[in-house]
Design a protein around this ligand. Sequence first.
Ligand code: GLC
Length: 831
Amino acid sequence: MDHVDIFEAAPRSPGALLRIRAEAGAIEARYERARVRVEAVSGGIARVRLAEAAFAPARTWDGVRSGLPPADAAVGETDGGAVLELDGMRVALEGDGAVLAVRGADGATWLASTEPARWGRARLDRLRIPHRDGDALPAGNDGVVLRQSFQLDPEDRLWGFGQRTGGLDRRGRSLTNWTSDTFGIAHHRGTDNLYQAQPLFLAAKPGRAFGAFLHVSHFSRFDAGAGHPDRLTIDALGAELDLFLFAGPTPAAVVEQLTRLTGRPLLPPVWALGFHQSRWGYASADEVVALVDTFRARELPLDAVHLDIDYMRGFRSFTWDPQRFPDPKAFAERVHERGARLVAIIDPGIKDEPGAGYGVADELLARGYALRNTDGSPLRGYVWPERALFPDFARAEVRDWWGEQHRTSLVENGVDGVWNDMNEPTAFDRPFSTGEARDRPFPLGMRHGGTDEAATHLEVRNLYAALEGRATFQGLARHAPGVRPWVLTRSAFPGSQTTCVTWMGDNNSWWEHLAMSVPQLLSMGLSGMPHAGVDIGGFFENARPELFARWMELGAFYPFMRDHSAMGTRDQEPWAFGEEVESVAREALRLRYRLLPYLVTLAHQAAASGAPLMRAMGYVFPDVEATFDVEDAFMLGRWLLVAPALEARCRWRTVVLPPGRWLDFWSGRPLADEDAGRSRPAVVEAVPGRPPLLLREGALLPLGDERSSTATPLSELRIVVSAPVDESAFEVVEDDGRSTAWETGEVARTALRSRRTVGGLIVEIGAREGRYRPSPRTLVVELRLDTPPDRVELDGAAVEARWDAARRSAEIAWQDDGSGRTITVRGGLAA
Ligand code: GLC
């Protein structure tokens, strides 16, 4: 960030310490011009607040959970200050000026303020908030910016920060937290911010990680070492520093602490983990049904089709075009009969046409639910339907009303999921048809809300989509009770993960964007939003065949896998690039479907602890330095290392192998085995259709059979076993895939264990636990060995194990009745 002054006049700062008090689990301090409270929130979570006068009141729209299990914290006074200690983290206030230091239990400094906080009225031009000509920052706290700088550990990588372009480590960048519609060409590596605002990060180095969440929904910005390499500067409007600190000590622990606070990610219905086909421009019910038929005819697995704005009557949300989609219900049935689901887009920009028979607009105005200018008039801007009004989601009654809109037009017609778009929110200054439409920022002084919780636009803009998402999710839950809602959103804020899946918005059909999707999705996972995807093939411009093929290969590992492209671009369905590409796409889809039992288990892990499905190498190997800066490979859960082809004509690539033994998933061949004790590079082959995929030592990987959609139940559960050094364990979690019954324990859990013995291996498949009963199926155990085994026993009796030389595996199978089994393998493993 430019270190020019952002203050209109000389800023204020806390001044001398007047008194400091340590109480149960908290420190309260008064300075001449500030109060500070440091408090233990829950295990591993502390909160630091600093404000000149009273702290902002808690708000109903606040995504942060209250009533968390208490922390075990110790508080003590020090010479001229006080310290709060919890779970290996010490948060200290030291002397005058509210100097804050965060340290580890060993005394090492994690973050330390370099100077007292400063605040004052902000200079709008220096803040670089998009605004309208003549706009001024409103009076009061909304116009006041607070700046706090911290010293950073030179070794720390700064991860997280939510939805961004560029690399995994965001050190050296200026990062704005302000939802905005930044599309296409602007998604280059250096772009500051996109659609979402996630003011949070992890600071990690080998052996230690901690995290922070700036709990400020106002505009804010981090200078993460841009102005000074070892300094983090936070600027936040709203006149308050409200910082949650997460003690770690690992990246996984930070993500758990973060999502304990902001809410665990939703568990998507299983169809949503399948493949989604979309494009802006599918123009009729018949075209969409034919599309599904083509997938079926070509044996390309598919679970969902998306309806972009073309299904609406003149871009009016909650309507259907009467000519092209004459009978929505019959249409949805045709899609369902073909084993697919329907997702429909909704834009919050509601066509401004009262009295024209569009009930949504009439009600929005009649009830006074639209966003208003400070003079009370409804705010208008141009979106797809031309002049539009915007619901004020900061009000609970508006959210209820919004949820209600989904009943007749979508849920009762059979729509399965909702796609919330343009919800930064976006508006343009004139109709698109003029060809000159430009972004039209909302007025800064605009007021949201009813009576008790009125807020300015500066305070809640970042929350707009999160609040819309909550309204949509709750509406769907209400109208289809017991069915797991599925909502896809473009914009988001921490907390959105509890109700929404997200995607990265309008990217381009460029190799660069394919490669960047890896650090992008890893960052989302590290930011507590594991269910995210990138438009496969790219949205703008024409994908070239090889790019599309490689994108499908990588997309098979995205938590959310969707092919989508813009109006006017070339066809981008898997068959649109000729036979060769189609067969690569088919292989990718088959792999995706085989991975589903694993993905479902990982989704359960995410719902339980926030653990991402796609994991940064340093997340899985937090002590291994060599993994920390890897951003062209990742772990899918703990067993699979994915090293995708990210460049044109790639046939081979290198990958950093963390210590341990790694097998090529396809051939079963071990990689760089002689150096298994340390991290080392390996060269892997990237044959089209077979993305470089490595199986970790000790893997107990659940796979399913190939299906055309999740509407067909699994007929096989396969456990792929690679021998551990000594022992290994994993738990497979299953549920009915569509209802909310999993929340009350309708799940099935199968504990898997493997153990090395002298000259062999023991694998235990635990008895299935829990109330959910999967449909009848075969259980296959696929033992990845070095050579054919001498003998395999199932519960003590010798069995015939089929040896597959192509992937070096011995396989045994039985009808799965949920009872526990023990497999004893003798021989088959190199010493
Ligand atoms: C926005 C969305 C894009 C969609 C288009 C038309 O650009 O990001 O996915 O296709 O609007 O609705």
